[in-house]
Design a protein around this ligand. Sequence first.
Ligand code: CA
Length: 224
Amino acid sequence: MKKLFVLLACLSLAVLLIAGCATETPIGAEADAEITMPAAKKVMKEACTTIQDGVLLSSTGYVLELGYDQWGYNYQGRIFNGLYCDSYRDAAWCQDYKDDNLAMKWNDAWLANTDCDGDGKLDRHAGFPAYIGSGAWLTNHMSGTYEGEDGKTKKWNYFVKIVAVPLDATTSDGVWYTADGAEIGPVIWGAFAVIQEVYNDQGTGEHGLLYKSLAPSGFGFYQP
Ligand SMILES: [Ca+2]
């Protein structure tokens, strides 16, 4: 479990950081009280630049292409499949986890596969000034093995759902709540909440749900 917690601390920052804007970390609720309708939904599709156009850039300056890149990102498919550390471009700090696997999926609001606002990069929280209330979601599925105290290989896996909370959500003691007072889940990166976690570990015997939101844990509940 110790290893898992380290991984969680870094979790899915990958998608937030890699494709665009380390400086654009999700913003909290306070600045966004007057957000109304998503403007980008009205943008004509033909006004948007696609990955196929061959001009959109990653944050590190390479041209995005269709299909999986060398790290395991498939921005067109809104998916990552690969090694955990490769989601961070094989970063030096990550080497203790280099054998672990990661699959991520995200929706258009988290990171679109088009650029409709004309900045040359894939859009984030398209149509919204920030992630909160955008309906953005991300899932992470991690897995790996380690040597148990009995010397045998033990498998573990972990699954988590993260959503951008609704505009009218509130926080208390590190937990997001709906306007009706239902617990959405623990705060992660300001405007996001963890709404479901599953952990299985052959070594410890842990199996099943670690956490499930008391508000609906389906993504539909969070769509604007
Ligand atoms: Ca853009």
